[in-house]
Design a protein around this ligand. Structure first.
Ligand code: 3PG
Length: 214
């Protein structure tokens, strides 16, 4: 677990923002990943919310070596092996029921499990997960929640995601227990559907100028 945490920490420090992408057409994935990498956002979460997701992860892992592709919205044990086979570098969950957390603790790649409460964060930290996704961040207490949990959870770093955009990201990134933030604002669905990678590149460049304090 410790080696996984160190690897995950290194990934999350590559950029202050992790674009969270729901991709409908896997053929777009290489252009998308290249646009994000070139703009300075090499860490990309592809959510398992579409049939194209696994193919997209595999294509990016194979063709865009400078990208660090994560599999998001991992909900079931069977998906752990699938995303590892596809070439995902780490796993992200939106929330982490106990049984899934136990399966994830055995994974051969790093995991950033999701939590939204202090009890969930404590349970995951006790299992050795020290970098957690805080989701849905804005709806669950936002920056105020993160400030409050630094006392009881000093060793845990968070990647808040959910309801964050270019305007609100700096407040989160100024907190000492925030290692990076995630969000969909960099890859809007209409830009993806239109294949507008120039617009995505511009949004990504704006996000890439942000930096975390931790
Ligand atoms: C996630 O799974 O992380 C969310 O879908 C993020 O969505 P948002 O940035 O649009 O709130």
């Amino acid at each position: 677990m410790n080696a996984h945490i160190a690897t995950l920490r290194a990934y999350t420090k590559l950029a202050a923002v992790i674009p969270v992408v729901t991709i409908e057409d896997a053929r777009q994935s290489i252009d998308l990943a290249q646009a994000l990498v070139e703009a300075g956002l090499p860490v990309i979460e592809i959510t398992l919310r579409t049939p194209a997701a696994l193919d997209a992860i595999a294509a990016i892992a194979k063709a865009v070596p400078n990208a660090v592709v994560a599999a998001g919205t991992v909900l079931h044990k069977s998906q752990i092996a699938e995303v590892i086979d596809a070439g995902a570098k780490f796993i992200v969950t939106p929330g982490t029921p106990t049984r899934l957390a136990e399966d994830l603790a055995e994974a051969s790649i790093p995991v950033m499990p999701g939590c939204a409460t202090v009890s969930e964060a404590l349970s995951l930290a006790a299992m050795g997960f020290e970098i957690l996704k805080f989701f849905p961040a804005a709806a669950s207490g936002g920056a105020a929640w993160l400030k409050s949990v630094r006392g009881p959870l000093p060793a845990v770093s968070f990647c808040p995601t959910g309801g964050i955009d270019l305007q609100t990201a700096p407040t989160y990134l100024s907190l000492p227990n925030v290692i990076c933030v995630g969000g969909t604002w960099v890859t809007p669905m209409d830009a993806l559907r239109a294949g507008d990678f120039a617009r995505i590149g511009t949004l990504a460049a704006g996000a890439a100028r942000l930096s975390a304090q931790s």
